[in-house]
Design a protein around this ligand. Structure first.
Ligand SMILES: O=C(O)Cc1cc(O)ccc1O
Ligand SMILES: [Fe+2]
Length: 433
């Protein structure tokens, strides 16, 4: 497999500018009468034209042909891909957990291997998300994809992939995340396969960095660590297939050339990646277990201040120093619904059963917390400073309850006995202090 060494532009949401050929970007204006190299100018708006300036996202693309030069969209089978509201999906209060989905026997590319696990909200109302698992052992070749339904957050768990997009190329390995804005055409190639990971298809407001509040001007995910691709293009006049996800359906359109023909672009909406090891972890240095919102990497706000459409939260390697404290996550019930995955290692509330590549769903107000063995250990341990090593879990937290898909409910990889990991939580109360 080819291994690429790509360089990147830095800074979250910056007004980046990049050209694959010198002088390809028009200077001083976006839309001159004729563009350098006789390219076509095309604006890509991923927020409304009139969105407030701080949230407004758009880029100008300078390409060999405008995107409209393509065949008609024809409806195709969506395979395992589902979108909210999913008629087969029922939001359930039950605690649910899945073992990792195997990568499979038949050769499949990123799109062919996609299967949806849960959805929430309503794509048409631009709220909520779809959660999918991707599995692939070959690249997409002359197939390209975009979603009109939402922005795609890729969370790799195995293998190394390369996002080849209209706006350039990025590699992605476990421990990194990638975000592809709504509408941006891309294909996934393999650098080191097979690949497996999670996708969060965000129907709502584009992900942005959370506020820092009293923490100050630095910390958590720092803007400078977000990496954007340099412009890259190919000039291939041969048949390509464009697949589009629109209003929950999949369509396919023929193209007589590569859609990856953008020679230069400028703007603040483009795919980006972030290495989760750059997350500057904040936590207590005194006592008690803070809310996991301290680990929010990116958030998609809803229309209610402080109540997210979606928070992407991680549980990274860190020192644990809390004194006289039950250190694992507390037992709790939560307005927000929690979907979790594991990239590597062990998660501190669970032992065996929550494996890398696995998933759990704890919906709105469903009680949960550490399993019995973790409780025993945590209440008796000597509380010395301890480093949580080689571990990386994540949570997609949302105000909207999740509906697992029919596939996820029927899957042989769903753990029917998940509840039993709490069964050993016996009563210790004896009426005495
Ligand atoms: O339920 C979970 O495991 C996620 C979680 C972790 C934590 O440290 C505090 C609250 C919470 O929901
Ligand atoms: Fe929780």
């Amino acid at each position: 497999m080819e291994r690429s060494t790509l360089s990147y532009l830095h800074g979250f949401g910056n007004e980046h500018e990049t050209e694959a050929l010198p002088g390809a970007l028009p200077q001083g204006q976006f839309s001159p009468q004729s563009c350098p190299y006789k390219l076509y100018a095309e604006q890509l708006s991923t927020t409304a034209f009139t969105a407030p300036r701080a949230q407004n996202r758009r880029s100008w693309l300078y390409r060999l042909r405008p995107s409209v030069v393509m065949g008609e969209y024809l409806s195709v089978d969506p395979g395992g891909i589902r979108t909210a509201p999913d008629p087969e999906g029922v939001p359930l209060p039950n605690l649910l957990r899945w073992d990792p989905l195997p990568i499979g026997q038949a050769p499949q590319d990123f799109i062919e291997g996609l299967v949806s696990i849960a959805t929430n909200g309503d794509a048409a109302a631009q709220m909520g998300m779809g959660i999918h698992v991707y599995r692939a052992d070959r690249g997409m070749g002359r197939r390209a994809f975009y979603s009109a339904d939402g922005e795609w957050l890729l969370i790799p768990q195995q293998g190394v992939l390369r996002i080849e997009s209209e706006m350039g190329r990025l590699t992605l390995a476990p421990g990194q995340i990638g975000v592809i804005p709504r509408g941006v055409k891309f294909r996934i190639e393999l650098e080191q396969g097979p690949i497996r990971g999670y996708v969060c298809e965000n129907y709502g407001a584009p992900l942005c960095l959370p506020e820092r509040g009293p923490v100050g001007a630095n910390g958590f995910a720092n803007d400078r660590d977000f990496e954007y691709p340099h412009a890259w293009f190919e000039e291939i006049d041969a048949p390509h297939q464009l697949i589009c996800k629109f209003a929950g359906r999949l369509y396919q359109a023929a193209m007589a050339h590569s859609p990856f023909d953008v020679v230069a672009w400028t703007g603040n909406s483009a795919p980006y990646r972030y290495d989760l090891s750059r997350f500057n972890v904040m936590n207590t240095v005194s006592f008690d277990h803070p809310d996991p919102s301290i680990f929010t990497v990116l958030t998609s706000p809803s229309d209610t201040c402080g109540v997210a459409n979606l928070d992407f939260v991680i549980f990274p390697p860190r020192w644990m120093v809390a004194e006289n404290t039950f250190r694992p996550p507390w037992y709790h019930r939560n307005l927000m619904s929690e979907f979790m995955g594991l990239i590597k290692g062990r998660y501190d509330a669970k032992g065996e059963g929550f494996e890398p590549g696995g998933m759990s769903l704890h919906n709105c107000m469903t009680p949960h917390g550490p399993e019995a063995a973790v409780f025993e250990q945590a209440t008796q341990a000597q509380l010395a400073p301890e480093r949580y090593q080689d571990t990386l879990a994540f949570m997609l937290e949302s105000r909207y309850a999740f509906a697992p898909t029919a596939f996820a409910m029927a899957s042989e990889h769903r753990q029917a006995d998940y509840l039993s990991c709490w069964a050993g939580l016996n009563k210790h109360f004896d009426g005495k202090l």
